[in-house]
Write a protein that binds this ligand. Structure first.
Ligand code: HEC
Length: 114
């Protein structure tokens, strides 16, 4: 009996550790997608349309660079990416798959308060 409870405790630890690793992988994948699909408008530096627009909008209240934000929710990111906004054309599922979008969301919310 004791060995059984030890085993199930061990299994729980393995499960938690692998879930945490899974999240790190997703964030790393999301960073790749972001670099290829979002960075040229949302990266740091001049001539980045997204960053410039967001800097003007928020006047320094939050960072202009999307990847430095900590207040974007998954629902909001998804809505902006998939529907037209004044400054951003929707990004179709053929351009950024659902799986890639989940990864980008994990990347952009990685520093959010739980
Ligand atoms: C062609 C340029 C361009 C690309 C590519 C682009 N964006 Fe944007 N994005 C903008 C502009 C401009 C704005 C600001 C105006 C607006 O909200 O429509 C914006 C706004 C946003 C906002 C809203 C931020 C806020 O505070 O309201 C989110 C979230 C966002 N983009 C996510 C993304 C993600 C994720 C990607 C990549 C998958 C991406 N964008 C790719 C130009 C772009």
């Amino acid at each position: 009996m004791r060995i059984l409870s030890w085993l199930s405790g061990f299994a729980a630890v393995v499960f938690v550790v692998s879930a945490a690793l899974g999240q790190d992988d997703l964030v790393a994948q999301g960073r790749e997608v972001y670099m290829g699909r979002c960075e040229y408008c949302h990266g740091p530096g001049p001539q980045k349309g997204g960053t410039m627009t967001l800097q003007l909008r928020y006047q320094g209240a939050v960072p202009g660079v999307l990847a430095e934000r900590t207040n974007l929710t998954p629902e909001y990111i998804r809505a902006v990416v998939r529907t037209a906004t004044p400054g951003m054309t929707p990004i179709r599922i053929t351009e950024v798959s659902e799986q890639d979008l989940e990864a980008v969301i994990a990347y952009l919310t990685r520093y959010n308060e739980p």
